[in-house]
Write a protein that binds this ligand. Sequence first.
Ligand code: KG4
Ligand code: ZN
Length: 353
Amino acid sequence: MNYFERSQPNYEAYLRGEKPLLAIESSCDETAASVLRGGREVLSMAVHTQIPIHRLYGGVVPEIASRSHTERITAVVTEALDKAGLTLDDIGAVAATYSPGLIGALLVGVSFAKGLAFAKDLPFIGVNHIEGHIAANYLTYPDLEPPFVCLVASGGHSHIVKVTDYDEFELIGRTRDDAAGEAFDKVARALGLCYPGGPEIEKLAESGNEKAYYFHAPFNEGEGFDFSFSGIKTAVMNLMHNAEQKGESLNAADIAASFQHSVVEALTRKAVRAAKQYNSPVLALAGGVSANTALRESLKTACDRNGIRFCRPDMKYCTDNAAMIGCQAHYRLIKGFRDDLDLNPSAMSFLAD
Ligand code: KG4
Ligand code: ZN
């Protein structure tokens, strides 16, 4: 019997809802595993973050990330199973993020999942990381279903997406340069803050005046749905360089608050306009930047004003985790998709290119 035939009974047991799914995420600097039942019921989550390791270098070092995933993945998967009170024999399907991300990091999760699938006769499915971030909203809102418009803002991507079905997406807008999270990380670095910069800027911004400086990228005022965050970042850098040359000192909290305000404004304006133009009753938010309170509040206020329902993931599902990957895997599996063991990870993919 080949692998597909051997794993068919478990696939059928999964589709009947008799067995849960094990999901793995390793696309960047978090090694994560989660066990879910029926797509939206999270039985357990385990996350090992590499942030303290990469902080020494001011950003993610891909080779170090791959090695750390290799060292941790067995313990993280074991922790997720233990927390769910299950063993591998109870699992009906296995999923892993296969794209986009750091290729060496993706390889660890995908290879581990394929190994489990082969050894335990489990159906295997690769999941797109961005689709996973979008699915984090299904975990938070049990009644949420496509179609809806979603703003995805992470360290590598800034997209406005029309989610036409669980596995069908239309790209409405995207960043022309830096991703929103990337701009947070770069400005934080210039201000001497730690990696990752988003939470650090958010903290510093609390004591700053968001109107102290006007950082703006004219591109974001255009009619289209694409963004530019590099323009906003450059405006910050120029201010800092000019002050340095003149020997003037600046208030870092005011810079953080004004920068955050500018990014939040650009994201809010375009995302809400997209939801209106596409007649979407819902605007969802996804990706690591969705943890930003100023962004959540700004989108909520704008959506309320326009009669649009605003959805955002619970904090624990905002940054990289495996529960969101398991949720998206479920919707692909029940549509009849499954991958063969020759699936290769890919650094870039449709939603990312
Ligand atoms: O989704 P994610 O965990 O990883 C990627 O898929 O990229 O996103 C990480 C990004 C980083 O750039 C980080 O600075 C940003 O999300 N981020 C935030 C916040 N928390 C994480 N940005 C702004 N405010 C936050 N609270
Ligand atoms: Zn992510």
